[in-house]
Design a protein. Structure first.
Length: 172
């Protein structure tokens, strides 16, 4: 079993604004929002005929919710290329989907305020179920154009090799 280094000097919880997303061994540029990692286990209720009128409960199937990644629209085509592996119009009959590599494992790094990775989560067998290449466009707005992908997945876990470093101090 992996041993975790504990930073006994840290009392504050981690902030949600320092993170990075990786797939295929490289960081994905410009991701500014990652949906929550959430799983739900169904409850199976049962009772035996001789039991009092109360039910017993046990765990059933576990489901992992889809994760949405958002970023500003740029010339980087990573989101579009991945989404096109799931469905690409015009590829011809029988070639609309890339069965070989439409799924990817991704890594989500949570960082402390100093930019050090403190937790990494592995998300398994992701594939793009929704792709938004452009938001609503509005000539009167003052906002960044955001593209997004929704990733279906088959589970996630915290990387057991993750260790928390001693936080740096500033020299005077």
């Amino acid at each position: 079993m992996a041993q975790f280094n504990v930073n006994v000097e840290r009392f504050d919880p981690y902030k949600n604004f320092k993170f990075r997303v990786r797939w295929e061994g490289r960081y994905v540029a410009g991701v500014n929002k990652v949906g929550a990692l959430k799983r739900t286990t169904e409850v199976v209720e049962h009772r035996e005929g001789g039991d009092p009128s109360t039910s017993r409960k046990s765990p059933g199937r576990t489901k992992y919710e889809a994760i949405t990644l958002e970023r500003g629209v740029t010339q980087d085509l990573e989101f579009e290329h991945w989404a096109n592996k799931v469905w690409h119009h015009g590829n011809g009959l029988g070639q609309e989907v890339s069965l070989k590599d439409f799924r990817k494992d991704i890594l989500i790094d949570l960082c402390n305020e100093a930019g050090q990775v403190v937790k990494t989560f592995k998300v398994y067998r992701c594939w793009v179920s929704e792709f938004q290449t452009l938001p609503d466009l509005d000539a009167n707005a003052n906002a960044v154009a955001i593209e997004s992908i929704k990733l279906e997945n088959e589970g996630w876990e915290r990387d057991p090799d993750g260790t928390e470093l001693t936080e740096p101090t500033l020299s005077e």
